[in-house]
Ligand binder design. Structure first.
Ligand SMILES: Cc1cc2nc3c(=O)[nH]c(=O)nc-3n(C[C@H](O)[C@H](O)[C@H](O)COP(=O)(O)O)c2cc1C
Length: 209
């Protein structure tokens, strides 16, 4: 099956070829795949920064455990969750739904109120983690589309979010760097690409009831 073949090809790339750039067409496809990601209630309470600028990436390097993928990859995607939910964000989603589906706002106000009530029930920490969780769904879609496009990736949690937030000016936008992915093309000297995949056996991972 193609999907399995692509995912066996994919690995967390440690060394990228700095001279090989991902094309604007492929970046557009990746953006659409991220856009199509599912999210809780459909609210998409996150933003994604795409960083190509070398100087910014050099600044991020010490805040990324000095992992070279940060500067050697073609592009860096920084998934950022909002730190708070503003009821206006729910209203914007309701407006967008009404416009997209040609519906009256009244028909959707009950759903909007329901979401706002459910959101109010969560503590600040729960809300933060809830929004952060959504970014990982988008990350998974990015990894899948890149595997299909034969673009290499390295998902990364090995970075200091506080420093990213400061360097990238995320604090003042009410955002937090949640997870990062470097994308580009593998260097043939990256020996990890030749290693067999380590995965738990299916009969251990799954239980059929
Ligand atoms: C959320 C997340 C964070 C990760 N953080 C890092 C990281 O900071 N640096 C790194 O080299 N790999 C990182 N990885 C890669 C994993 O170590 C890797 O996916 C795992 O060992 C399985 O190997 P494979 O992806 O090559 O099949 C991360 C993966 C995920 C999903």
């Amino acid at each position: 099956m193609e999907f399995i073949k692509h995912h066996n090809w994919r690995y967390a790339t440690k060394k990228f070829e700095p001279s090989k750039k991902v094309s604007p067409e492929n970046i557009a496809t990746i953006k659409t795949a991220v856009q199509l990601s599912v999210s809780s209630y459909g609210l998409q309470l996150y933003k994604v920064l795409i960083i190509e600028d070398k100087k910014i990436r050099e600044q991020l390097l010490p805040a990324s455990w000095h992992q070279k993928q940060i500067t050697e990859a073609s592009h860096l995607f920084v998934f950022c969750n909002y730190t708070n939910v503003n009821p206006k964000q729910v209203d914007q989603y309701i407006d967008l739904t009404a416009k997209t589906r040609n519906l009256q706002l009244d028909a959707l106000s009950g759903y909007g109120d329901f979401m706002k009530t459910k959101i109010k029930e969560k503590s600040a920490d729960e809300l933060f983690n809830w929004m952060k969780n959504q970014t990982y769904i988008a990350l998974a879609n990015l990894l899948s589309i890149c595997a299909e496009l034969k673009i290499d990736t390295c998902p990364m949690e090995g970075f200091e979010a506080d420093k990213y937030n400061e360097i990238l000016g995320l604090n003042k936008k009410g955002l937090n760097a949640s997870v990062v992915t470097a994308i580009g093309y593998r260097d043939k000297e990256d020996h990890t690409q030749y290693l067999a995949k380590v995965r738990k056996p299916l009969d251990y991972l799954f239980e059929t009831l």
